[in-house]
Write a protein of this length. Structure first.
Ligand code: 0O2
Length: 215
């Protein structure tokens, strides 16, 4: 048993390293924007390595032999939270620009254009990420989830309720949760509208001030 625990800890090392490195890289992007006094499309970043019990449960669910866990796409997971929906696509572009450099994109899943039946929204990018270990380079898969604060609020609570009730929530509760997902989407749209309105008003004010100073 102790031997098995030691083995698992060793398997997890490159995934832990990938999560730490990717968090540092996304935080560096945010710092760059802030140092230049520019608005950052990244609000905050979290990361986690999947728990061993969840990995084993997923192996069982998808019939993945334990020795093939490196096929699993979300052992290393990074979440990038944004204020506005537009920011998500700016972050996606930043990631695409790094494709073939420090990471490679395997594929993308757009759960914003195509939300899940639960109401879940987020933009997922699966990447291959090389980690330098004491025994050479190890490429691991990682899942980047990019979402707004409202999407994250909804997903965090929905996930914890589902987890608590072991995915057996009654249909009426699922439907109510779906409605709260719609409310979160409305909030995102309204916030974007308000922001655009403020930007438009600011531009008009600047144009008027320029006209006055030209006279
Ligand atoms: P955790 O704790 O975040 O790791 P599967 O991984 O089997 O669920 P698939 O198709 O391989 O399915 O991956 P998918 O659905 O593209 O992305 C899986 C992850 O996205 C989940 O990981 C969640 O983080 C998130 N996610 C997907 N659907 C939902 C949903 O309906 N509600 C919430 N709250 N999150 C969702 P894990 O392993 O479930 O959880």
């Amino acid at each position: 048993m102790e031997h098995k625990v030691r083995e698992w800890k060793q398997v997890m090392i490159p995934y832990e390293q990938a999560v730490e490195e990717l968090k540092v890289k996304f935080k560096a992007i945010r710092k760059e924007y802030r140092d230049m006094n520019e608005y950052s499309p990244i609000e905050f970043i979290t990361g986690r390595v999947k728990r061993i019990s969840s990995i084993l449960e997923k192996c069982k669910r998808y019939n993945i032999p334990e020795e093939n866990i490196d096929e699993m796409e979300d052992i290393a997971g990074i979440r990038v939270m944004c204020q506005f929906i537009d920011d998500i696509y700016k972050v996606v572009d930043l990631i695409r620009a790094r494709d073939g450099k420090d990471l490679s994109i395997v594929y993308e899943k757009d759960y914003i254009g195509n939300p899940k039946d639960s109401g879940y929204k987020s933009y997922h990018i699966i990447i291959r990420y090389p980690v330098q270990t004491a025994f050479g380079t190890k490429e691991v898969l990682a899942e980047l989830q990019i979402r707004t604060l409202a999407m994250n609020f909804w997903a965090t609570i929905e996930h914890s309720l589902n987890y608590k009730y072991q995915d057996k929530l009654p249909l009426d509760i699922k439907e109510r949760l779906k409605k709260t997902a719609d409310a979160a989407s409305m909030l995102d749209l309204e916030m974007s509208d308000i922001r655009n309105e403020i930007i438009r008003a600011q531009l008009m004010f600047e144009q008027k001030s320029n006209l006055v100073s030209d006279i």
